[in-house]
Structures are given as structure tokens and as C-alpha cells.
Design a protein around this ligand. Structure first.
Ligand code: F6P
Length: 379
């Protein structure tokens, strides 16, 4: 029957996914004689047994393509919407894994995918994962592919906003993706010389931000660029969120179903309100500085299009290291980036952790020392 491995891409798409698929398909066959099949649309394709052979022409010409030729979804194996119900479909997935007589399944994704893959590995599947996300927030790896491309796109966008902000003497508040971490916002803010950089790791005080903009004005700079990560919170909101999380954890400890439901609903309402955070900040800054302000939300532009050279190389390196790990039967692991090389990290050490920007990170120091305001008196 020969050797056969499966591959799926899950979570938000990320530039470099096709480079990784190509590397797995080509190196699997050339170096180890493994046939490779892809499952479409993440874990949903594994459940529905929708496959595509990853060999020959299908792997040709995809190195430079954005997105994923396999499709993706945010479906979770143990909480899968099927019809009008949400069900645990891990058993069906295991059946399909065995039906193809797979030697291993490669799951390419961010933090959520690592968790889902770990669950399947605990049920007995031979799993190897690759870390990808534009957020760069996966624990135990120096970097994830997709980040470099998104960083360049966000930087280029802020560069363009500079000239219009300058011409109109305006504040432009630009929202950058990154989920609950500030890698992308900080990186793009630093690379583009944003005047204010707000990230989730450092709750901000709107008065501090306004003060920095007013100080610039006194120096004759009557425009300002405020780069804000989508997950950044004001100090007040950060305190509220902390309380809500504590309440949810306490309700869970007590296994009080009614209280858990209430805590979850309050958290969901809080998060919904956060969607308008950037707009609210812009309005507050207008009122506090007397300058006109506009909002630009970069959104999914940051994830689309051609991967950078660095992401193509990284995804190719990880893809080839992945087939080697499978050949060596190093299952239940993530192929992580460590310095110039790669290393295998047990999935148990990856899941449930978030790689946030450390408060002593050199990028933060560089931003401060070159005059950016981080919106907090402690910095
Ligand atoms: O995880 C990548 C990411 O782009 C985050 O930065 C963002 O919060 C999220 O995905 C958006 O998800 P969706 O594409 O499902 O709206």
C-alpha cells in the first residue's frame, strides 16, 4: 500500500500556507516515498472525508500564492456544527484517518489548531503540527509564518496614511490585527514610525495619548499616526475584562452552570462592545486635542496576497522538517523555529499558552527611545 500522510490547514489563512503544503508534498515523496493527501477546509474536510492528492501538477506554481489551496475553517473537532446541532465528531475523524491508513496527519494552524490537533493526538492519531498565523502568538516558537508578510503590508499601509494625515493636519488611528497580542501592531508601528503605538500587553490611558499628540502639536507637528492593535484596551476596560475573567473562572471552579452561562454572556457582550473601541478612541482624541481624526481598519488586507520571500523560505523549511519528523516517528509535536534552526516541541507544551510581547522586549525599548508614546505612564 505504501506510506501515506494527510495534511490540513485550519484557522485563519496566512501567507505561506501553500509554500508549506508544497514542501510537505514534494519532500514527502522525494525524500521518504510518502504519498500525501490533503483534507479540504480544515477539520471539516477530515470529518467529511473530502480529500485531494497533493502531488504532481497540483503542487506546481503554488509557492507564490496567498491563501491555501486546501481551504480552511475555524471548525473544532469536538464542537462541530452539524445540521442544527453542535457535536463531538472526533470519532468520525479517527475513522477517516484509519480509512486512508495514514501514517500521520499534519495540522497547519495557529493556537486554536494546536489545541485541536493535540486533542486528536491524545485520541491516538499520529500528529505533527506547523505554526502559522499572522499574529505570531503561538507559544514555543520564535516566529510563525505569515507574520512577516502581514507586517510588511501593515507597514506599507501606515506609510501611506502618513502623507494624507500630514496633508490634512489630522490624527489617523489605524487598527492592526493581532488578536490578543501586539506583535503585528508593535512591529508595524515601529517600522513605520507611528507616533503612538497601543498594544494589548500595555493597557492605555487616553489622556496620555492625547498629551503626546498635543506635545507634537506644540513642536509644530499638527498630525499624528496612532497604531492600535485590535486587542488593545484602555486601562479601565482592561480592569473590567480581568474581573469578568475571574468571575468566569470562579463559576467554572464551582461547576455552577447558571453562573457560567451568565459570565460567558457578559464576556461576549464586553467583546462585542470592544469592536467599536478604535472608533471610540478616535472620537475621544478629537475631543481632547481639537484635531480632526479618522479611523482606518486594515482588516483582512493584512492576510491576503503573495507571501514575502521570508515567509516562503520559512514555510518551506518547516514543511521539510515536518516530513523528516514523521519519518522519525516524532509524533505529538509541533515543528518550531528556534534561532536559525527548527526543533520539535511536544504539543502538551504548546497548547493553552499565548506568546505575548514581553514588556522588556527590545522592540518596545526601541519604540520608546525613538519617541513613540505607548499610552501608559509606566513606559
Ligand atoms: O488569527 C489571525 C486573525 O487574522 C487575527 O489577527 C484576527 O483577530 C482574526 O484572525 C480574524 O478572524 P476572521 O478571519 O475569522 O474574522
Amino acid at each position: 500500500m505504501g506510506r501515506c500522510i494527510g495534511v490540513l490547514t485550519a484557522g485563519g489563512d496566512s501567507p505561506g500556507l501553500n509554500a508549506a503544503i508544497r514542501a510537505i508534498g514534494n519532500s514527502g515523496l522525494r525524500a521518504y516515498g510518502m504519498r500525501v493527501i490533503g483534507f479540504r477546509d480544515g477539520f471539516r474536510g477530515l470529518m467529511e472525508n473530502r480529500t485531494v492528492p497533493l502531488e504532481g501538477d497540483i503542487l506546481s506554481g503554488i509557492l507564490t500564492l496567498g491563501g491555501t489551496i486546501l481551504g480552511t475553517s475555524r471548525d473544532k473537532p469536538h464542537k462541530m456544527p452539524v445540521g442544527d446541532k453542535v457535536q463531538d465528531m472526533t470519532g468520525v475523524m479517527m475513522h477517516n484517518y484509519r480509512r486512508h491508513n495514514l501514517e500521520a496527519l499534519v495540522c497547519i494552524g495557529g493556537g486554536g489548531t494546536q489545541k485541536n490537533a493535540y486533542r486528536l493526538s491524545q485520541l491516538g492519531m499520529n500528529i505533527v503540527t506547523l505554526p502559522k498565523t499572522i499574529d505570531n502568538d503561538v507559544a514555543m516558537t520564535d516566529i510563525t509564518f505569515g507574520f512577516d508578510t502581514a507586517l510588511s503590508i501593515a507597514t506599507d499601509a501606515i506609510d501611506r496614511l502618513h502623507s494624507t494625515a500630514h496633508s490634512h493636519h489630522r490624527i489617523i488611528v489605524v487598527e492592526i490585527m493581532g488578536h490578543n497580542t501586539g506583535w503585528l501592531g508593535l512591529g508595524a508601528g515601529l517600522a513605520s514610525g507611528a507616533d503612538v503605538i497601543l498594544i494589548p500587553e500595555i493597557p492605555y490611558d487616553v489622556n496620555k495619548v492625547a498629551e503626546a499628540i498635543r506635545r507634537r502639536r506644540h513642536r509644530g507637528k499638527n498630525f499624528s499616526i496612532v497604531a492600535i492593535s485590535e486587542g488593545a484596551l484602555s486601562m479601565q476596560d482592561a480592569a473590567v475584562l480581568e474581573k469578568l475573567k475571574i468571575e468566569k473562572a470562579a463559576a467554572k471552579d464551582e461547576k455552577d452552570a447558571k453562573r457560567i452561562k451568565k459570565a460567558e454572556a457578559t464576556l461576549a457582550a464586553f467583546k462585542l462592545k470592544q469592536d467599536t473601541n478604535t472608533l471610540q478612541l478616535s472620537r475621544e482624541l478629537e475631543a481632547l486635542t481639537g484635531l480632526e481624526s479618522r479611523v482606518t481598519i486594515l482588516g483582512h488586507l493584512q492576510r491576503g496576497g503573495t507571501p514575502s520571500a521570508a515567509d516562503r523560505i520559512l514555510a518551506t523549511r518547516l514543511g521539510t522538517a515536518c516530513t523528516e519528523a514523521i519519518h522519525d516517528q516524532q509524533f505529538g509535536t509541533m515543528v518550531a523555529v528556534k534561532g536559525e534552526g527548527t526543533t520539535l516541541v511536544p504539543l502538551a507544551n504548546v497548547v493553552g499558552k499565548l506568546k505575548a510581547v514581553p514588556l522588556d522586549h527590545p522592540w518596545l525599548r526601541a519604540a520608546l527611545e525613538t519617541g513613540a508614546c505607548l499610552g501608559n505612564a509606566k513606559f
